[in-house]
Design a protein around this ligand. Structure first.
Ligand SMILES: [Ca+2]
Length: 446
């Protein structure tokens, strides 16, 4: 009699596994296509998809500038900032145990003592001690969590975090950090909590991560991605649907979280006092033990995996797209203009697959059968939809006001429109994964 029971348990387990597999499938946009039976037989059902968020520090190239600023050549001994007579910090580039190369900002942390990169000391005071640390991915990536820089020494009194979206050709500031924002950058001091949905893209100067000097505990400098997400998704990111809706329709917002490179510009080290002790400049230097960057490859919602091959990241494009970011249609699949996938409608989104040339002329965008212009738009020569004033998009499918920050009808409209019941499970899943990630980070801060 045991045999049927085993079979039943097996069947139950199989169905549990299937369910488990299916939940993330629609909660995380991690499937690009699935086979479905229709009246016409077995066909593919396509959906928007994106690679999983991951630790992006494994895939970067780090450059420290000026190149000879790393300590240890020649060997040097450093004194503690809080005690000028405690000088037991030795750096020697030739000795593996005493060297502090840039790679030590990205190795596995959790050991004691920590491993860290260190600059040479402020020997040329009062000439500024300037160091640029550049992280390059040679690929567009989308940030999904806070950038966290952990200092082994005191946090700098002045620094700027910058980003590039064009592989380091041009740079824009992400955030300014100073003990005195007005004095250092002629900017009013603000915190991320001062931002609203409408000022989210503002670049601020914060004193949050420079002020105060408590050697052991105040070690991190953050760029708060999640607090910015929370302006749309709610304080515990419980309404990711609202955020996805905004990211879908607002290019500026999407670009804000997209980077190819990051640059930490260290402008003035911690001095711990109002006066710099000119007789003991070996107390002043920069040392960073860890930099965290969490994100995903930008694949325009056309790929669910991104592979690291020959030192570069590349999206594994689906939906008949190609290119490092799946940014164009494959050869012979240019039946309509390329467009990115869309997070909407939740949960599966819209794949916007590239279609074969044989379906129509190369630039066929609209017709009166399958590709109808929506919301009163008129198809002009199969080339484009002429939309009414209130709508935009390839097929006039998007209300024009959606492309403005804050969406249609005020700050909460996005959330209200999208917070219907079927989303609750998705949001729980997203919240769950967020909390897990939080849990894996927090212990280092406690
Ligand atoms: Ca380290």
């Amino acid at each position: 009699m045991r045999f049927p029971l085993v079979l039943t348990l097996q069947a139950l387990w199989a169905s549990v596994c299937q369910t488990m597999q299916h939940y993330p499938a629609w909660g995380h946009y991690d499937v690009c296509k699935s086979q479905v039976y229709t009246d016409e037989g077995l066909t593919w059902d396509y959906m928007a998809c994106q690679p999983e968020a991951m630790d992006m520090t494994k895939y970067l190239k780090v450059t420290v500038d000026p190149p000879n600023i790393t300590c240890g050549d020649p060997p040097e001994t450093y004194c503690a900032l809080e005690n000028p007579y405690m000088c037991n910090n030795e750096c020697d580039a030739e000795n593996e145990d005493l060297a502090h190369p840039p790679e030590l900002m990205f190795d596995f942390e959790g050991r004691n003592p920590t491993t860290f990169w260190q600059s040479s000391s402020w020997k040329k005071y009062p000439k500024a001690l300037l160091v640029n640390i550049t992280l390059s991915w040679s690929k567009t990536i989308e940030l999904t969590d806070d950038i966290v820089v952990t200092f082994e020494s005191g946090r700098p009194e002045q620094m700027v975090l910058e980003k590039s979206l064009d592989y380091g050709k041009t740079w824009q500031p992400y955030q300014f950090y100073a003990t005195d924002c007005l004095d250092a950058f002629t900017m009013d001091a603000k915190t991320v909590q001062d931002l609203t949905q409408h000022t989210l893209l503002d670049i601020i100067c914060t004193e949050e991560y420079s002020r105060g000097y408590v050697w052991k505990y105040d070690k991190t400098v953050r760029f708060e991605i999640k607090d910015r997400f929370a302006l749309f998704a709610g304080p515990r990111l419980h309404n990711m649907a609202s955020l996805y809706g905004q990211l879908d329709t607002t290019k500026n917002l999407r670009d804000f979280f997209t980077i190819t490179d990051l640059r930490v510009r260290l402008l003035r080290p911690a001095t711990g006092a109002t006066m710099v002790d000119e007789n003991n400049l070996s107390r002043y230097f920069y040392a960073i033990s860890d930099i965290k960057v969490q994100g995903r490859c930008k694949c325009n919602l056309h790929a669910n995996s991104c592979v690291f091959d020959k030192e570069t990241l590349n999206c594994e494009c689906e939906h008949n797209t190609t290119g490092p970011d799946c940014g164009r249609c494959k050869r012979n699949y240019q039946g309509r203009t390329w467009s990115a996938g869309s997070y909407l409608p939740i949960p599966k989104g819209t794949a916007n697959t590239c279609i074969p040339n044989s379906i129509g002329p190369v630039t066929r965008v609209c017709d009166n059968e399958l590709l109808r212009c929506q919301n009163g738009g008129v198809c002009l020569n199969n080339l484009r939809c002429q939309c009414t004033a209130a709508f935009t998009g390839l097929l006039c499918e998007k209300p024009r006001c959606e492309s403005e920050l804050g969406g249609c009808g005020g700050p909460d409209s996005g959330q209200a429109a999208l917070s219907s019941t079927p989303l609750s499970t998705l949001l729980l899943l997203l919240l769950g994964s967020t909390l897990l990630r939080e849990a894996s980070y927090r212990p280092t801060l406690l």
